[in-house]
Design a protein around this ligand. Structure first.
Ligand code: DP6
Length: 320
């Protein structure tokens, strides 16, 4: 009745932005990401007949505001007539740092909850359940370079290149740990309903996915850099043109982009991507990591810099 799982966050290179079915949390577009290595969330789920309500502890603190989403996810995995659960989540990176902690958390949660309930689900079933809780979490079930496709009435997720085949590094510049002004789910809905660029964003996604897929298969860094930066800036343009506008960036976000342009001009193989927050993630060849870390660390407004390789998908650690 008790199980522990571990999952890493993932960073999208071709972004998920917008839902085709918000009730079932199905994405409007496919996406491609890399699953991180050194950063992870460990999730312990214990089903306990003495509890009357679910309990949630995140990094040693009770967090009632996150509980409803966790309860919904547990219901989806175990059924609404399940025992209540004690859920303990520990991440080895700051959860407010905009590093996709919801992806690692929900990926680990579905794996641990399913095992605690005695389930024996396939990775694709677990990915579908994680995706219902948070679209990006579906990708953290898999390691390496991961593609999520819309397929029929659901999603299909899988590794398109193993991490060892192209060991890129991901360097995250944390520019603020303040809470987000608007959640990514709410911002996506605002984009869908009000942004004049939204329909074009959806229309063009298959082209971006196919360019990125080819670049990854050929390990063509320049081609991947160009399409990933384009796709990221296009997603933010959709948000900026929403009403009211959604702007996650701060001055340091822009300063980091300028740093990346300078590095590129100096011949460094690096490119940026930005999610629903002000942090900048820079993907680079491993030989270029020291220059990228140094440049970002010296950028005004950068609070901290975290580095990671590309790693494996979610795993079950133990069941008792
Ligand atoms: C910008 O997965 O957080 O990081 O499904 O509403 O939980 P919900 O959204 P979420 O959105 C992630 C958006 C993104 C891009 C990406 O990871 O693909």
């Amino acid at each position: 009745m008790r199980a522990t799982a571990r999952a890493q966050p993932n960073i999208a290179l071709i972004k998920y932005w917008g839902k085709r079915d918000s009730g079932r949390n199905l994405p409007a577009v496919g996406s491609i990401s890399v699953t991180l290595d050194e950063l992870f969330t460990t999730m312990n789920v214990e089903l306990d007949s003495s509890l009357y309500l679910d309990e949630l502890q995140v990094n040693g603190r009770s967090v009632p505001s996150l509980l409803p989403r966790v309860t919904r996810c547990l219901d989806a995995v175990l059924g609404a007539d399940r025992l209540c659960a004690r859920v303990i989540s520990e991440s080895n990176f700051p959860i407010a740092a905009g590093l996709a902690s919801s992806a690692s958390s929900f990926a680990a949660l579905v794996v641990a909850a399913s095992a605690a309930g005695g389930g024996d689900r396939s990775t694709s079933e677990l990915a579908a359940l994680a995706g219902q809780a948070s679209g990006s979490a579906a990708r953290s079930l898999y390691g390496g370079f991961v593609e999520l496709r819309n397929e029929g009435d659901g999603i299909a997720v899988g590794t398109i290149l193993e991490s060892e085949a192209w060991p890129l590094r991901v360097i995250a510049a944390v520019t603020s740990t303040a809470p987000k002004p608007v959640s990514s789910g709410a911002a996506m809905e605002a984009s869908r309903k009000t942004s004049p660029f939204y329909s074009r964003w959806v229309e063009e996604q298959d082209i971006d996915l196919s360019i990125a897929r080819d670049a990854i298969a050929a390990r063509d860094f320049g081609k991947l850099a160009s399409i990933a930066e384009h796709n990221c800036l296009k997603m933010h343009s959709v948000m900026w043109a929403s009403r009211p506008p959604v702007v996650y960036w701060n001055a340091a976000t822009l300063a980091c982009l300028e740093r990346v342009r300078e590095l590129q001009a100096d011949g460094v193989s690096a490119f940026f991507t930005i999610d629903a927050g002000p942090q900048v993630k820079v993907i680079c060849l491993s030989g270029n990591e020291p220059q990228v870390v140094e440049a970002l660390s010296n950028t005004p407004g950068v609070e901290s810099v975290l580095a990671s390789g590309i790693g494996a998908g979610a795993v079950l650690v133990n069941v008792d």
